[in-house]
Design a protein around this ligand. Structure first.
Ligand SMILES: Nc1ncnc2c1ncn2[C@@H]1O[C@H](COP(=O)(O)OP(=O)(O)OP(=O)(O)O)[C@@H](O)[C@H]1O
Ligand SMILES: [Mg+2]
Length: 508
């Protein structure tokens, strides 16, 4: 069998940065090949080049032994390459079938879409790779793991035999990760070649055959997964040993910082999505919320920060009722917020970093001076954030879009933490952040906690939830269904609370 992918001497320059510097990558047909490296190392750029989304400045690409040159993803798809992006690109109001065929609809003579043929081909693909979906389901009603499966099927439907997945596990709970890995193994059995990016080194070791490590735009090594440990990988990635996060004693006080009382939120169809939720976070305390996406966490957070409606109930910040206060007032009163979707809520992608650093804090020093924006102050603060939070960028004047995913996230964390909040609402704070930087973020939050910060932490990373929280509550179908001691719980057992399995056992 010819080599599936052979990239030789790939170089890609952006203004002020060499994203890929003479990178080599060889992926054998039928293997699962992981790409690892720090935030900003150049992983996504390399994958976008391979998928025809960006063109390299230098280098040669071979697919199945033949030299190729892509000017768009259409060219890559024609060569059997498909990519599943980290930000899902499905249309929520369409069915699974409609989403899968979108853009490559089989047509009957006369030009109408041949739905029977589409359904038949979809069934064939699901059957061949053991990926089950219900073609009639609305995408909006699916769990995250199911949506991802639809994205994978969509790629296979177009005939892809080489699959690229950029951080596919970041949004999944452990049970879903296991399911994804089962699917990837089946795909491999079926002859597919898989390239994927992942920051969780244990997962990388578990699923991949070989691993290529990229550091600062250059290929460092390609190793057999069986021959290395997580520590070895980290050393290859960052060139030094993994930092170990400090564990610190509890600093929980008896002073209330955030109180949510009997909160009820309805959705557009008048269904109860937050069902009589009460919780408190004290100064110096981290309360973790565990739950599978779509169980009311988003609506709860929206009600606390003021971007969503409240049907009834009360939210208090440092003793003051803020249930009806506008977002700006809440921010000024000390709420820090790390949103779950950095692209839609956290950043202005086309604005420079220094404007992004001011976002949500623009009415206060150092970003403003009286009624005026203080540009010099904003730039100075952004330089501080860049330094302290290791945001890798050629300058604070580039647009947020030009940062790698992990560096965008570090900018947001830096912005919120330097504003010295009284209460931090952190949704997936380290999503997409590399292992070294993740330890830094944890230490920052722990240090702020010891100085009195109250944190409400929402995370799909159960190790993070267990490692950081003083208390964990589980949210299921809009209700808080369990309060757990992180010292006494494992990621697996927490996972079964989140899927409701543990609750049914309790009832019996
Ligand atoms: N469109 C762009 N314009 C300018 N610079 C860019 C652009 N895309 C990426 N870069 C830069 O190229 C470098 C590599 O980015 P890339 O997104 O490939 O990193 P990554 O390894 O995927 O990181 P992460 O783990 O954070 O996702 C970074 O310095 C980034 O700022
Ligand atoms: Mg990336």
């Amino acid at each position: 069998m010819p080599t599936a992918i052979e990239l030789t001497g790939i170089t890609k320059r952006f203004p002020g940065v060499i994203a890929n510097d003479n990178v080599n990558l060889v992926v054998e047909a039928g293997e699962i090949h992981a790409i690892c490296g720090e935030n900003g190392a150049g992983k996504s750029t390399l994958m976008k080049i391979l998928y025809g989304m960006q063109s390299p400045d230098e280098g040669v690409m071979r697919v199945n032994g033949r030299e190729v040159s892509f000017s768009s993803p259409t060219d890559a798809i024609a060569e059997g390459i498909g990519m599943v992006h980290q930000h899902f690109m499905l249309a929520g109001q369409l069915s699974v079938l409609e989403n899968v065929i979108l853009g490559s609809e089989p047509v009957k003579s006369g030009g109408r879409i041949d739905f029977d043929e589409a359904r038949r081909h979809l069934a064939e693909v699901s059957e061949a790779y053991g990926l089950t979906v219900d073609p009639g389901d609305l995408v909006d009603t699916l769990e995250v793991g199911e949506r991802q499966r639809v994205e994978i099927i969509k790629v296979l439907f177009r005939g892809a035999r080489i699959l690229i997945l950029d951080e596919p596990t970041a949004v999944l709970v452990p049970q879903e990760v296991e399911e994804l890995f089962r699917n990837l193994r089946e795909l491999k059995e079926g002859g597919a070649t898989i390239i994927f990016i992942d920051h969780k080194l244990q997962e990388v070791l578990e699923i991949s055959d070989r691993i290529t490590v990229i550091r600062r735009g250059k290929t460092v090594a390609t190793v057999n997964a069986a021959d290395v440990s997580a520590g070895d990988l980290a050393e290859l990635m960052v060139g030094s040993e993994l930092p170990t996060p400090d564990t610190t004693e509890s600093t929980v006080t008896d002073q209330l910082a955030l109180e949510v009382l009997d909160l009820v939120v309805l959705d557009n169809d008048d269904r109860t999505v937050v069902d009589n939720v009460s919780l408190t976070v004290h100064k110096g305390e981290i309360v973790g919320i565990a739950g599978i996406e779509g169980n009311g966490q988003t609506e709860l957070v929206d009600a606390i920060i003021g971007t969503g409606p409240v049907m009834s109930g009360t939210v208090r910040l440092l003793g003051n009722d803020i249930t009806l206060a506008p977002v700006r007032k809440r921010r000024e009163a000390g709420i820090g917020y790390v949103p779950q979707d950095r692209h839609h809520e956290g950043l202005l992608l086309d604005a420079p970093l220094w404007e992004n650093a001011a976002l949500g804090h623009q009415t206060r020093a150092p970003y403003s001076h009286g009624p005026w924006m203080d540009r010099a102050g904003a730039r100075r603060r952004t330089e501080e954030i860049r330094e302290e939070f290791d945001v890798r960028t050629p300058s604070v004047d580039v647009s947020a879009r030009a940062l790698s995913g992990g560096n965008q996230q570090k900018l947001i964390i830096g912005r919120e933490m330097t504003a010295d909040p009284a209460v931090l609402i952190a949704a997936h704070p380290t999503r997409g952040i590399d292992v070294g930087a993740q330890a830094d973020v944890w230490n920052t939050i722990r240090k702020a906690r010891s100085e009195g910060l109250a944190t409400l932490l929402i995370s799909a990373d159960l190790d993070e939830l267990i490692g950081l929280s003083d208390t964990i509550v589980v949210m299921f179908h809009g209700k808080l269904v369990a309060t757990l001691d992180p010292a006494e719980i494992t990621p697996r057992s927490l996972g079964s609370y989140m899927t409701g399995a543990a609750l049914q056992e309790d009832v019996r």
